[in-house]
Design a protein around this ligand. Structure first.
Ligand SMILES: [Zn+2]
Ligand SMILES: [Zn+2]
Length: 194
């Protein structure tokens, strides 16, 4: 079973004429590994949050990316070479191998959740008896919006930026809502489903 904590709460807002955003960053620990999911693009917040849990960038064993929007991954530059999971591949340096649907050495599952982007995936893992989904931008909303935790609201959430494939997005959301108890969105508050 995995343990997890939200290191950085994802945010997204229009500030004057700029859109300001960085995603929810999650530390997941299983099998002795420190797995960092969506390191984001806010360097100070990430480094402060790692320091608060007594971790250095060299203590992170693997990085997982839900998708390749730059706000989710620019902080990769802060880390020494390490395995990075994205899409259906595990990257290490210039080598790429299919990850087979799991983070190596753990029971943490990587499942395709296309829609927001075509290569988008989500993590599913068990923690404290609950099934948790690190959903990235499969579910996200701007700071000013509050979202009630019912399935219809979550299914119908607009994607404020863009959706590459609306039909696939709906199907991916249905899959997650049918199987998970807790949803960690890309930007916004964690949702505990009733
Ligand atoms: Zn995105
Ligand atoms: Zn995002």
């Amino acid at each position: 079973m995995a343990q997890y904590q939200i290191l950085v709460k994802g945010y997204a807002r229009l500030q004057y004429r700029e859109f300001v955003a960085s995603p929810t960053t999650v530390l997941i620990q299983e099998g002795g590994y420190n797995i960092l999911a969506d390191p984001g693009c806010n360097e100070n917040r990430l480094l402060d949050a790692l320091a608060e849990v007594n971790l250095k960038v060299t203590d992170v064993d693997m990085i997982y990316l839900t998708h390749t929007h730059l706000d989710h991954l620019l902080n990769l530059r802060l880390f020494p070479p390490l395995p990075v999971y994205e899409g259906n591949l595990r990257f290490y340096g210039d080598s790429m191998v299919p990850h087979g649907g799991f983070i190596t050495g753990t029971s943490i599952q990587i499942i395709p959740t296309p829609g927001h982007t075509l290569e988008h995936t989500s993590l599913i893992f068990e923690s404290a008896g609950k099934k948790v989904c690190m959903a990235g931008d499969l579910f996200w909303w701007e700071d000013k919006k509050t979202v009630s935790p019912d399935r219809d609201t979550l299914l119908g959430l607009p994607d404020p930026l863009q959706t590459v494939d609306a039909e696939a997005l709906l199907e991916s959301r249905q899959t997650i809502l049918a199987t998970c108890d807790i949803i960690i969105p890309g930007h916004g508050e964690v949702i505990c489903l009733p």
